[in-house]
Design a protein around this ligand. Structure first.
Ligand code: SAH
Length: 567
């Protein structure tokens, strides 16, 4: 077997990138565009020791899961990876991918996952769902301007003005722009030479408002005959904002920093649920508005808000989840690394008259631990408090420092929104090994025809003070249960309960009327040569050690340890 050989494969599985997986002569092959149950002819493009890559040449026997793609360039274009798979099969694939990661990486039991996983939320109409498109502009062999999308992993433009995922209006916008370029001989930018003017066309649509934004990204500071272009674009229904963005760098970053208004407003407006947003060309905004509402609705349901809660929304972006939850919570704190996004979040809170949402610019793994440390220093006997913590990190997942603080804060519920189920599984393993329990998992298909999927998970704190009420009549006499006998028997059968730091704290507070810090309990245990039970909320060392050890607290802790028969 060697490179360029033709092989016949039966596709048995689907890889994480959507590629088909089949075996030939004991070797595993990955084949883009081949789908499960296809029998195909493929040409080997790369060979390793036990696996290789091959190019789909011919489908010999098509799979029942195969579907005629809506888009004519579905195979060449890098935007979609699995458009040729029937949509209901795409959903099964995504659900399976999440389940497998939770099982393999997270270490969760399959039967348990079967109980906590709710069915995936797919789209009723999985086309034309994107509210944003960024078309690169190039030049074809005849020298005419073209618009389209890049082929997978390259910057080769596949001309296409009727993307099956974008809004129909995009085609009309591009036609106007390309006609204008031809007529006025406006050159497209070339990445090779760094010359030419028009680089990209960004189009955004407000699904609820119908407002349209066009932003022309240019390698220069002016567009010749710009009024002619805006005059034509304005005729399109819904046109609200026409701007240009200056990007003269030789880079593959699409947008530059400076925006200039050409016509209309600098932003468009749209809604997610009841919340109104002003979206400028540079703002981050979820691209699938229909499923975003489903996703945030789930996050809200999982958060279980009644109006009295303090909520932290970490990795909050422009505050979309924070604002969505603010109406049902007492107070929301959002944390996000990009200062510009935090400005947007504050502005969005303002235009919606939301006063119980505060935003901090910074790293989640620094802002929350700092807050926690400061709080515990200022209120040494109390616990920094959060009822619900929502996290929605980028693909790499949550930073370990953040996870540790979350565990220490003992929020009643954690809602984890994730765009990468592998790092999600890794983080859940940690959280569930440190005091949390997974209650619900649900995947939401935000990006039909691509391999991406979002997942929402509800974790609840395994509080040691949960109890059961049973009504029994105790005492002497018929039908009554003699108390002592019961106590004796119960003692015999009862497994020794885990004595938590919280139980010790509660005992001390009840008996002595003061609070003791977990770090103190740890100190006393350590001084007694005892093994440390890794309670999730245990602080092993005080950040600011107290100067005088408080003897009465040490004694009270020892008393509690005796009471619970730990010593
Ligand atoms: N929750 C938002 C955005 C989630 S995307 C929404 O639904 O719209 C993840 C966000 O995390 C991005 O906005 C990114 O800028 C931000 N981010 C990345 N690393 C971060 C960090 N270390 N601390 C805080 N925010 C971070």
């Amino acid at each position: 077997m060697k490179k360029n050989d033709f092989i016949t494969l039966e596709i048995e599985d689907i890889g994480v990138g959507g590629e088909g997986i089949g075996k030939a002569e004991g070797m595993t092959f990955f084949v883009k565009d081949a789908i499960v149950e296809d029998v195909i002819e493929a040409r080997i493009t790369k060979l390793k020791k036990s696996y290789g890559y091959a190019r789909l040449m011919k489908v010999l026997k098509p799979s029942g899961k195969r579907k005629e793609p809506k888009c004519l360039v579905a195979r060449q274009c890098g935007g979609c990876q699995i458009q040729e798979i029937d949509y209901s099969e795409q959903l099964k694939f995504k659900e399976r991918k999440v389940r497998n990661n939770l099982e393999r990486i997270g270490g969760f039991d399959r039967a348990f996952l079967g109980r906590v996983m709710e069915p995936i939320c797919g789209m009723e109409e999985p086309f034309h769902y994107r509210n944003k498109a960024q078309y690169p502009i190039g030049t074809d062999r005849e020298g005419y301007p073209v618009a389209g999308f890049y082929a997978g992993r390259t910057h080769q433009i596949i001309p296409n003005m009727v993307c099956a995922l974008g809004k129909e209006i995009n085609t009309q916008v591009l036609e106007v722009v390309l006609d204008f370029m031809r007529e006025f001989q406006i050159p497209a930018y070339s990445e090779e030479t760094g010359r030419g003017l028009l680089r990209h066309v960004l189009i955004r649509t407000g699904f609820h408002t119908g407002e349209i934004m066009v932003c022309l990204i240019v390698n220069g500071t002016q567009i010749p005959h710009a009024e002619e272009l805006t005059g034509r674009l304005r005729k399109l229904p819904g046109m609200t904002s026409i701007t240009m963005n200056i990007n003269c760098e030789n880079t593959n970053v699409i947008m530059g920093k400076e925006i200039r208004l050409l016509w209309g407003k600098e932003y468009i407006t749209d809604y997610i649920g009841e919340i109104k947003y002003q979206i400028s060309p540079l703002s981050f905004y979820q691209v699938n508005p229909v499923q975003t509402e489903v996703l945030y609705g789930l996050a809200c349901e999982y958060a279980g808000l009644t109006g009295n809660e303090t909520v932290w929304d970490l990795y909050c972006g422009i505050g979309t989840i924070s604002l969505f939850l603010a109406g049902k919570a007492k107070q929301v704190y959002g944390v996000e690394i990009i200062p510009q996004a935090i400005e947007d979040a504050r502005k969005n809170a303002d235009i919606n008259g939301i006063e119980n949402a505060e935003f901090y610019a910074g790293k989640a793994e620094e802002v929350l631990p700092d807050y926690y440390r400061k709080y515990e220093t200022e209120h040494p006997e109390e616990h920094a408090h959060a009822d619900v913590i929502v996290v929605d990190p980028p693909r790499k997942g949550c930073d370990q420092r953040l996870l540790e603080t979350m565990v220490r804060m003992e929020a009643k519920r954690i809602v984890y929104v994730s765009c990468d189920s592998a790092t999600l599984a890794r983080d859940l393993k940690y959280l569930c090994g440190n005091g949390y329990e997974m209650k619900k998992v649900r995947t939401v298909d935000m990006f039909p025809h691509t391999v991406h999927v979002e997942t929402v998970v509800l974790l609840s704190h395994k509080s040691p003070d949960s109890h059961i009420d049973i009504k029994v009549e105790f005492g002497e006499g018929k039908g009554k249960v003699p108390l002592e006998a019961i106590a004796e028997r119960a003692k015999k059968y009862q497994p020794k309960p885990k004595i938590t730091y919280k139980m010790i704290q509660e005992y001390v507070e009840k008996k002595y009327g003061f609070k003791v810090h977990t770090a103190y309990i740890a100190e006393v245990k350590r001084s007694l040569g005892m093994t440390m039970y890794d309670a999730p909320n245990a602080v092993e060392e005080l950040n600011q050690p107290r100067k005088h050890p408080l003897k009465e607290k040490v004694e009270a802790i020892k008393d509690a340890l005796k009471y619970f028969e730990v010593i």
